[in-house]
Design a protein around this ligand. Sequence first.
Ligand code: UDP
Ligand code: MG
Length: 201
Amino acid sequence: MLRRRVFHAALQQLFTGTQETERALPCGLLCALRGGRSLDLHRHKSSLLDVRERTLIAVKPDGVQRRLIGQIIQRFEQRGFKLVGLKMLQATQDVLSEHYCHLRTKPFYGNLLHYMTSGPLVVMVWEGHNVVQTSRTMVGNTNPAEALAGTVRGDFSIHVSRNVVHASDSVEGAQKEIQLWFQTKDLLDWDLWDQTSTDDV
Ligand code: UDP
Ligand code: MG
């Protein structure tokens, strides 16, 4: 417990530098922090702050029908991301027309809506450092014919009209999509044990 309190005080000192936290820290640790502060502040700060980035991932109806839900979830868990929301549902035309509003004028739009309403979806919110960009890489090119082996689409699909999975394409897009598919109360804030101190065990 003591080590944990010192660790939290050290972090607080690093970012705020209040007198109160200075008093709570052992002198040696404080000096070490001050010494490295100018060099390391940006790196520490950014890596601590952006672990909360979130993205929307969906297993599309073809992925559900082909029993790929587990394998897709496994890839995101294995990579180190944290699942904070998950539900299975039959999507409505209304939600899908909002979700794909940028594609309304495309010739494949009608077929896309038909495909996406042909069976249940599993929609998820995953959280972690750089999760939007990393999950796009993990999912692979929109057209599975061009998706690399090792990506979800590269391993499980062959045609753009049945590409198994959705992943948000930007941080702003992810925020909009998460709000569209989830209510705030359905997203859980929880701690991964490997991202917190194990001193209490
Ligand atoms: N799509 C399609 N034909 C195309 C392009 C896209 O059927 O020529 C579908 C495909 O299911 C794709 C979705 O429309 O995943 C959304 O397209 P987008 O360009 O947003 O690709 P994504 O972000 O899914 O990679
Ligand atoms: Mg897209």
